[in-house]
Design a protein around this ligand. Structure first.
Ligand SMILES: Cc1cc2nc3c(=O)[nH]c(=O)nc-3n(C[C@H](O)[C@H](O)[C@H](O)COP(=O)(O)OP(=O)(O)OC[C@H]3O[C@@H](n4cnc5c(N)ncnc54)[C@H](O)[C@@H]3O)c2cc1C
Ligand SMILES: *[C@@H]1O[C@H](CO)[C@@H](O)[C@H](O)[C@H]1NC(C)=O
Ligand SMILES: *[C@@H]1O[C@H](CO)[C@@H](O)[C@H](O)[C@H]1NC(C)=O
Length: 472
């Protein structure tokens, strides 16, 4: 290919969707410019802690897990709820086809990251809403950081790749209805760049104003996402259709830091803390929910039953996460970090309120007797604390305060299975424009399954980058 006709692809956003698009566009022979408005690369992708889904992978086989693409498709559609039962009115938008592509290419996505890029994804875990263990991570560093950093290193090696950080894309350029490039600001200077465009600018769970517009009921809630304006308006300005914008995922357990209780940004208390045996206690010290239910169900149990408190303008709840010595030992690699951060602290159980001690005694008795949980918790994890007076008097437990937090935005721009952006009116796609990752909507319906976001970034990021390089 002569340099004169080598296509230029511009990717907006350096999270996993953007990095995947860059990789595929380079492979397809394009020159690629990656722009991120932040000086720090990796977006929310670099914070991902649970992992990426894949059905039918070598890691699952090694762990003795039997899984199929159909089972994975079914779990995703079931979690997506009513949205999957309602026919689409957007021409060219096909939710089932998107999830089919997501599930059939999931094992390839995991294989690409592990075999081609070199990321360790050898450990599988079962998250809420999944029928089997299919969320992959490595043995060391959290998966988001190891995926993003390894991939970035790989991309930087290509001389067809240009990286611009602190470059804020302010609009998409258009000619005759087609997207022809971007306008961006860097160092207070306006620039333009010509090329086909992949928008991978992430969600709006860090944008209080967009949240207030689309989900007024969630106004004031804290978030696991850094404050950051959504960039969806870049897309709507050139005719894109948004959908599912009122589907916002609440995660039940964000840590309230005692040093800065009113802070809007919360650290996530990973699902694993409950999975390994942690329990949740109400403001008055009682258990009230099956801690292993879906994110939506546990969040609802908290928000419907207990009054919120306003702290520095942040609307939050006062729920206690408690781990006995058994659960704490099983989660040791994470506990040390949370304790160092001041989010969990080790205390003598006997120093806590009589209500908390009574709840722990009753729970320990049920676990000890192997009897059914009154809240139908299906498994007790590694809880070991015994209910006798001596054990309770001696026990040291970990406690932390948690609250429901805004975590992820399911809605976004409608795309076809190739990542082309669909028009709001008149049908068809916006020529010259692709999108991938959390800025798009449709795959997750009403409720995202844990691990499906990183997967969507890879599957549709690769598709979009490849499409943009080829121009189709
Ligand atoms: C704490 C936490 C843990 C999570 N854990 C998991 C997990 O284990 N598994 C999973 O599947 N998902 C997880 N998620 C969700 C997942 O990480 C994100 O939804 C996903 O990574 C989004 O990727 P993205 O590439 O679409 O966007 P992001 O990674 O958010 O990247 C978007 C980038 O675009 C840039 N940008 C935005 N607008 C512009 C503009 N106008 N100009 C230039 N640049 C712009 C931003 O600066 C940002 O760097 C987690 C999320 C959080 C917050
Ligand atoms: C850059 O792109 C050109 C044209 O596609 C190609 O010949 C060259 O090998 C690429 N360079 C790298 C390092 O991939
Ligand atoms: C998936 O769901 C379909 C439709 O409900 C059902 O017929 C099929 O048996 C399910 N397959 C698996 C593997 O769960």
């Amino acid at each position: 290919m002569s340099p004169a006709i080598q296509p230029t692809v511009i990717v907006v956003g350096s999270g996993l969707a953007g990095l995947s698009a860059v990789y595929a566009a380079l492979q397809s022979g394009a020159r690629v410019h990656l722009l991120d408005r932040s000086p720090k690369l990796g977006g929310n992708s670099i914070k991902a802690s649970s992992g990426i889904n894949g059905a039918g992978t070598p890691a699952q086989e090694a762990a003795g897990v039997k899984d199929t693409q159909t089972q994975f498709y079914n779990d995703t559609a079931r979690s997506g709820g009513a949205r999957f039962k309602t026919a689409s009115t957007i021409p060219g938008f096909d939710r089932e086809a998107l999830v089919t592509r997501l599930s059939t290419e999931s094992a390839d996505a995991v294989r690409w990251l592990s075999d081609e890029i070199g990321v360790d994804l050898s450990v599988v875990a079962q998250l809420g809403g999944h029928g089997v263990a299919r969320t992959h991570r490595g043995k060391g560093k959290p998966p988001g950081a190891s995926i993003v950093l390894t991939l970035l290193d790989r991309l930087k090696a290509s001389d067809n790749f240009t990286l611009l950080s602190s470059a804020d894309v302010t609009s998409l350029l258009q000619h005759d209805g087609a997207v022809t490039g971007v306008a961006y600001t860097q160092d207070d200077t306006e620039h333009t760049l010509a090329g086909r465009v992949v928008v991978a600018s992430g969600g709006f769970a860090g944008d209080a104003s967009m949240l207030a517009t689309y989900t007024p009921a969630l106004a004031g809630l804290p978030s696991t996402n850094d404050p950051r304006p959504g960039s969806h308006a870049l897309l709507t300005a050139v005719g894109a259709q948004l959908l599912d914008m009122d589907s916002v995922q609440i995660h039940p357990t964000g840590f309230v830091d005692p040093a800065t209780p009113g802070a809007r940004l919360k650290f996530l208390a990973g699902e694993m803390l409950r999975g390994e045996g942690g329990i949740l206690l109400s403001p008055s010290g009682s258990r009230f929910v099956n801690e292993l239910d879906t994110r939506a169900a546990v969040s609802k149990a908290i928000m419907d039953a207990f009054p919120s408190v306003d702290e520095d303008g942040t609307r939050q709840w006062d729920i206690t996460l408690l781990l006995d010595p058994g659960a704490a030992a099983a989660a040791a690699s994470h506990i040390g970090f949370y304790e160092w951060k001041g989010l969990l602290r080790k205390v003598k159980l006997a120093t806590l309120s009589p209500e908390v001690v009574a709840s722990v005694r009753a729970y320990a008795a049920a676990v000890d007797a192997g009897s059914a949980d009154p809240f139908s918790r299906p498994a007790y994890g590694h809880w070991k604390l015994k209910p006798d007076a001596e054990s309770l008097a001696q026990a040291e437990v970990y406690i932390g305060r948690i609250t429901p937090v805004v975590h992820y935005t399911m809605g976004g721009a409608a795309i076809d299975t190739g990542g082309r952006v669909l028009r709001a009116t008149g049908g068809g796609v916006v020529p010259g424009l692709w999108a991938a990752g959390e800025v798009t909507g449709g795959v997750h319906g009403d409720n995202r399954l844990g691990g499906n976001s990183l997967l969507e970034c890879v599957v549709f990021g690769l598709a979009a980058g490849n499409g943009a390089a080829r121009g189709s």
